[in-house]
Design a protein around this ligand. Structure first.
Ligand SMILES: [Zn+2]
Ligand SMILES: [Zn+2]
Length: 201
């Protein structure tokens, strides 16, 4: 039986990277990463190294932009929040039934709503034009006022912000439904992917 090689950082045996034990200064690769590469970041948040496990997880999440069930996904800069739209039905009038979902700080809220056809088409044009330089905005809202509002704003410094409101018509047993109104800074790279997947849609 092989003699166990013990990680000098966490004290547990190194199995997967056993052959690289010396290379990683007698640590797990992950322990090595946290010790020398993750710098001042908290272990529970991504660092600037693309090999950081957190960044790999978020890359996989980002890939889900290509998931055909979502017509549009806009991720936050820290990639912990996402606002998504899924088109459920498009009527001959051009009106759209859609589901809007926000995942923010681990909380997910979802609303089914309708959007007027002409509003939707204007939104698509201004959404795609967000790629162009200069301050711009793209705004979308549901036919029922306040059920779903989404406002993507590009500032003159190039930063982008998404603000949203989602409101349930009514909750269980006629109780008032939830209402969330918040926003986040958009991840620019993820946003370009969002436009790409939107155009493919
Ligand atoms: Zn370790
Ligand atoms: Zn890291």
């Amino acid at each position: 039986m092989q003699e166990p090689k013990i990680c000098i950082r966490c004290g547990n045996p190194v199995r997967v990277s056993r052959d690289k034990y010396e290379f990683y200064d007698r640590m797990h690769w992950l322990c090595y990463h946290l010790e020398f590469e993750h710098s001042e970041y908290d272990p529970d948040e991504p660092c600037e190294d693309p090999n950081c496990p957190w960044n790999r997880i978020y890359d996989i999440k980002r890939m889900s932009l290509w998931d055909p069930i979502w017509s549009l996904s806009v991720y936050s800069q820290d990639r912990r929040s996402v606002f998504r739209l899924r088109i459920r039905e498009e009527y001959p009038s051009g009106d759209i039934d859609m589901t809007a979902v926000v995942e923010d700080m681990g909380i997910q809220k979802e609303v089914d709503c309708s959007v007027e056809g002409s509003y939707w088409r204007d939104f698509i044009v201004s959404f795609i034009e967000l790629q162009k330089s200069g301050p711009r905005r793209a705004v979308l809202g549901s036919i029922s006022p306040g059920m779903m509002e989404m406002n993507i704003e590009k500032l003159s410094n190039g930063q982008m912000v998404l603000r949203y409101t989602l409101q349930e018509e009514s909750g269980l047993n006629g109780k008032p439904g939830f209402s969330v109104s918040s926003g986040f800074q958009i991840d620019p790279a993820g946003f370009l992917l969002a436009i790409k997947s939107f155009l493919d849609f």
